[in-house]
Design a binder for this molecule. Structure first.
Ligand code: ZN
Length: 386
């Protein structure tokens, strides 16, 4: 399936997304393959209040890209279930015509009820779409909730769409949406009040200009006729050329660090001598009563070795020594958001040893991933201090 997916097969793509979204068996492996082959897709978040004409705008953007021979995927995140979002569904049906004659791939996702949360789910779907060889991914969200703001911010470039006639709304939008915009679009710019919206966006930016840096461009469009689309896309292409080169499998790994390697030993006193020959030194020793283990930490660069000596034979490490002998017991990876990692892994059906995130030595949060879900190695996920 990976092979067909990479060759751009639409059915393989749809099936792969379903597997990843539902956390079906094989999802982890599939996703890992996708992350590896996904390389150069530009993710554009398009957000703004309901009624701003985002779907029509995205339709025009996709057509513009398609005419230039670019391969496009669209993710539409609906704020409600796909069964109740009537107006949005209508837009989707119209957009499906685009799919049929151009190979533009469109996928709807409901923001409620996604396993592990909607933001990681959208990230995963992006990786799958990118693996299918699409250079552009347009992500439509309705910019009302925190989730939508977060999704927009996982994009490489975020377009905030506003329209005349919002009245006070533009003031209330400022807080969340104004900060994430790389580009503002005032759509329906042939309507009364468009010039005032443009002026307001510029004024808001000027007020906060000191901390924001350069002014974010404001472009005007009439999506229904296609007016202004060429200018908008010209600006997006220009920003893409100036954006830092994007590499998904590196960026998703940047929050991860190898924290330590846990090594089961019969005697810390004996084995530390071997490591001291290598130039390592014990920085910290600690007894963890509830695990029935004595530990010694030896820093290696930014990581550490953690020697584990059982306090009694009938303990986790004691039984490990009887069964396997001395050696590598676990690998510990540090993450920035351990609670989210726990929810994501559980949502994807990864077998965990721990039933919840626990607080261990030094107040660090941790949990364990079962070796059967990790290529035969016990993995400890470590978070920040409580
Ligand atoms: Zn450990």
């Amino acid at each position: 399936m990976i092979e067909r997916l990479r060759n751009g097969d639409l059915r393989a793509l749809a099936r792969a997304i379903s597997i990843v979204e539902n956390g079906a068996s094989g999802a982890m492996k599939l996703l890992a393959e996708c992350k590896w082959s996904a390389g150069k897709a530009m993710k554009i978040g398009i957000t703004g209040p309901p009624g701003a004409g985002k779907s029509t705008l995205i339709d025009q953007m996709a057509r513009w890209l398609h005419r230039r021979g670019e391969k496009v995927g669209i993710i539409a995140v609906d704020p409600s279930s796909p069964y109740t979002g009537g107006a949005l569904l209508g837009d989707r049906i119209r957009m499906q015509e685009l799919t049929a004659d151009s190979g533009v791939y469109i996928r709807s996702m409901a923001s409620r009820g996604a396993v592990g949360g909607i933001t990681p789910a959208v990230q995963d779907v992006c990786d799958v779409i990118a693996a299918s060889g699409r250079e552009w991914i347009l992500i439509e969200t309705v910019g009302v909730g925190q989730d939508e703001v977060k999704i927009a911010s996982l994009a490489d470039l975020t377009v905030v769409v506003l329209v005349p006639g919002l009245g006070d709304d533009i003031q209330s939008l400022k807080a969340g949406l104004m900060e994430i915009a790389d580009l503002f679009v005032v759509n329906k710019s042939d309507c009364d009040g468009a010039a005032r919206v443009v002026a307001e966006i510029l004024a808001v930016q000027e007020l906060s200009g000191a901390k924001r840096g350069p002014i974010v461009p404001v472009l005007e469009t009439v999506a229904t006729t296609g007016t202004g689309i060429a200018d908008l896309m010209g600006e997006i292409v220009r920003q893409r050329q100036h954006a830092p080169k994007h590499s998904p499998h590196i960026s998703c790994a940047k929050d991860l660090k190898l924290d330590h390697l846990g090594i089961a030993v019969k005697s810390i006193a004996d084995s530390r001598k071997l490591y001291e020959v290598l130039g390592l030194a014990v920085l910290h020793e600690e007894t963890i009563e509830h695990e029935q283990v004595h530990t010694a930490m030896l820093p290696v660069g930014e990581s550490r070795l953690e020697l584990l000596q059982p306090l009694k034979e009938d303990s986790v490490i004691g039984r490990f020594l009887q069964k396997r002998g001395e050696g590598l017991h676990h690998i510990a990876i540090k993450v920035t958001d351990i609670d989210r990692m726990f929810a994501t892994l559980r949502g994807k059906g990864v077998r965990l040893v721990s039933d919840k995130v626990r607080v261990g030595a030094g107040g660090h949060k941790y949990f364990f991933v079962h070796p059967s879900s990790a290529g035969g190695v016990l993995i400890e996920i470590v978070g920040e201090k409580e």
